[in-house]
Design a protein around this ligand. Structure first.
Ligand SMILES: C[S@@+](CC[C@H](N)C(=O)[O-])C[C@H]1O[C@@H](n2cnc3c(N)ncnc32)[C@H](O)[C@@H]1O
Length: 222
């Protein structure tokens, strides 16, 4: 069980700030958000992502199965309606949202396909579903995978994804116009924000497939 305080403190570090910024930038690149959108984040944790998006959209909802995470989010993030819930089993009607997304959640759920299928169910026809997870081909994640295989660190049993795998999952769930990308090319070093941005630009130019965060977004047919 993740401790919300400790988990959220990482987002205050320079590498945490830059990670959130570049993950959100990738989301905006491949999953355009409109001012009138109703947006749901599945597995919102402490609410950093949905809290950053909420000011630009009509309504924002964040769900997470962890009561502690939701309590933390409710106490620290404004403009979002938070609920304890999980996917599959989302407590929403078919087609209730324009955009449904998750960040680093499929790596931890029991059944990623069932989670994505339920995300698609609550998205309206023509709406978008975005999934973003840990990239199996990034040097940062390869080190974590290796530590997991050796039974060291907290990454044993965690799932990693590739771009094609995420795209296939979305297409199989019935989505079309599927796009993908990666972000977060810098290593997990707390150097200056400027240095991290320069490393990000370099990584995106030199190894566009190797960011630590891999994402795909598709639309429900109209
Ligand atoms: C690594 S955290 C990511 C939190 C947040 N999205 C972020 O990137 O900061 C994974 C989150 O997924 C949640 N989670 C686990 N199983 C879930 C499920 N079946 N449905 C929705 N969320 C789930 C966990 O409670 C946890 O908060």
């Amino acid at each position: 069980m993740l401790d919300p305080q400790a988990y959220d403190a990482w987002y205050e570090t320079s590498v945490g700030v830059a990670t959130l910024e570049h993950e959100l930038a990738l989301l905006r690149r491949i999953c355009p958000l409109q001012a009138g959108d109703r947006v749901l984040e599945v597995g919102c944790g402490t609410g950093r992502f949905i809290g950053s998006i909420a000011p630009q959209v009509r309504s924002a909802v964040g769900i997470d199965p962890s009561e502690q995470m939701i309590e933390f989010a409710q106490n620290n993030v404004e403009g979002v309606s938070f609920e304890v819930a999980s996917s599959p089993g989302l407590p929403f009607a078919n087609g209730e949202f324009d955009v449904v997304f998750e960040c680093t959640v499929l790596s931890f759920v029991d059944d990623p396909v069932a989670t994505v299928t339920d995300m698609v169910r609550v998205t309206r026809d023509g709406g978008s579903v975005f999934v973003g997870d840990l990239n199996r081909w990034s040097p940062w994640q390869m080190r974590r995978r290796l530590r997991g295989w050796l039974g060291r660190g907290s990454f044993a049993g965690v799932r990693f994804f590739g771009r094609r795998e995420l795209m296939t999952m979305l297409r199989t769930a019935g989505l079309e116009h599927v796009k993908s990308g990666t972000a977060v090319y810098f290593p997990d070093w707390n150097v200056s924000r400027n240095a991290l941005h320069r490393l990000e630009r370099l990584g995106r130019w030199a190894w566009p497939w190797a960011g630590a965060f891999v994402a795909a977004c598709g639309q429900r047919p109209q």
